[in-house]
Design a protein around this ligand. Structure first.
Ligand code: AMP
Ligand code: GLY
Length: 424
């Protein structure tokens, strides 16, 4: 088979690594890819939002399967473009990717189908939002831009003043562009956050092993929200009891709800869960693998990823026995100092050879490129250093050990990835 992967981050590197292990695959392309991905795939310089060009390329190279890693092209309808041209593609169509693309849609869906989530109201008029905040709101309260905002469209406001400022930023100043035309105002929840990714074929859902992300930039969960500074898998807080609850009240009901709405979901559903005192509730849905969740989940998956994805497309996921290794993985993101605000790029990096032939260690590239034959930084999140261990503590020790193998001038990382493990 020839496979095309669309995306350029650490998640796509983990997908490419996984695809490369499949005995079914002879050749991998990635658009646009990065320096690390080029170890497994021929990178082609087509942007993830250039749907017709991607489809032209898939046709020209007789690609057997295209895997869409990123949210933007999915929400924008890349799958529909491929399907209209008879090209096989893994990911939800536009009418299903809305599960991630519109928070107002996903909240209404959960309300309609009794899927546990925070109480909320949707607003498309800033005056009405302000009136609600002034008369009915309890603080802290959460404001969310409806659309995609690089994971930054969520504001947790402790006071009315902050919330008023938030409405201005999202709905009037359009800090997140048209993503802020509609806004969700939502009850603030407390508890442990867990990410559960799943494969879905339109009717059947198979969940993967759990993971936890660290979204804030600095140790102790301080600083700004980022795309994710590190992950570990499994989550010790995701017990069998929690899983049983979610299977019954969240996972299958979500898949059934989408089918009932005439929006059958095929692809990955990523459930962002909050384990509250009143039980697990949905924080958000994503329509793709998490980044950097994929970097701890995929190295632990035993199945051939191509077989699982084909089963999703063919509607035969019920016949797949999805299995994960009985171990653990930790991923520490090496970022550019200053991320997520302002940082330098193009800085030379050293030490990649240290990962050669090291079983259970992975150096997933997120923002890198080749420049004059040398690998240089090319983004805020630069690498995801993953290690597997027999348990979480061992995996964490190894992952931090391996972070020392790579050097670059403005290297930055959190030192407390997986700290919650000690509290479990
Ligand atoms: P989201 O993009 O919806 O996952 O939100 C980003 C982050 O904001 C989440 O990972 C949570 O840490 C936080 N968050 C979102 N919604 C809530 C909520 N209702 N209560 C508390 N924290 C929230
Ligand atoms: N790591 C969170 C996300 O991928 O949305």
């Amino acid at each position: 088979m020839k496979v095309l992967i669309v995306g350029s981050g650490g998640r796509e590197h983990a997908i490419a690594w996984s695809v490369a292990k499949s005995p079914k695959v002879d050749k991998i392309y990635c658009a646009p890819g990065n320096a690390g991905i080029s170890e497994y795939a021929e990178c082609v310089s087509i942007g993830a939002m250039e749907f017709e060009k991607l489809a032209d390329f898939a046709e020209e190279k007789a690609i057997d399967l295209t895997i869409i890693g990123m949210d933007d092209p999915l929400v924008g309808g890349v799958v529909d473009v491929f399907e209209a041209r008879g090209l096989k593609v893994f990911g939800p169509r536009k009418n299903a990717a809305i599960l991630e693309g519109s928070k107002a849609f996903s909240k209404d869906l959960m309300k309609k189908y009794n899927i546990p989530t925070a109480a909320y109201e949707n607003f498309d008029d800033p005056e009405k939002a302000l009136e609600y905040l002034r008369t009915k709101a309890k603080f802290p309260i959460v404001l969310k831009a409806d659309g995609l905002a690089l994971g930054k469209g969520v504001l947790i406001c402790n006071t009315l003043g902050e919330a008023e400022e938030g409405v201005k930023e999202i709905m009037e100043d359009k800090k997140f562009g048209s993503a802020g035309n509609t806004m969700v105002i939502e009850e603030f929840m407390t508890g442990r956050e867990v990410s559960v990714l799943s494969y879905v074929d339109g009717k059947t859902i198979k969940t993967m092993t759990s993971a936890q992300d660290h979204k804030r930039a600095m140790d102790g969960d301080k600083g700004l929200n980022t795309g994710g500074m590190g992950t570990f898998s499994p989550s010790p807080f995701y017990t069998e009891e929690v899983d049983a609850f979610c299977q019954k009240y969240i996972y299958q009901p979500t898949v059934d709800a989408m089918a009932a709405e005439g929006r059958p979901f095929v692809g990955i559903i990523f459930f962002g869960l909050m384990l509250t005192q009143d039980g697990p509730k949905v924080l958000e849905y994503n329509a793709r693998f998490g980044d950097p969740e994929a970097q701890v989940v995929l190295p632990r998956m035993k199945n051939d990823i191509i077989e699982v994805m084909e089963a999703c497309i063919n509607g035969t996921l019920d016949q797949v026995d999805l299995q994960f290794e009985d171990n653990a993985a930790v991923c520490v993101v090496l970022a550019s100092e200053g991320y997520p605000v302002k940082y330098e790029k193009g800085i030379p990096m050293y030490g990649f050879e240290n990962f050669k032939d090291k079983e259970g260690y992975y150096c997933f590239h997120a923002g890198t490129k080749f420049q004059d034959g040398q690998i240089v930084t090319n983004g805020g999140r630069v690498l995801g250093i993953t290690a597997k261990g027999s348990d979480l503590k061992e995996a964490r020790k190894k992952a931090y050990e391996a972070t020392e193998w790579i050097t670059f001038a403005n290297k930055y990382m959190r030192h407390d990835i997986g700290k919650a493990i000690d509290e479990a």
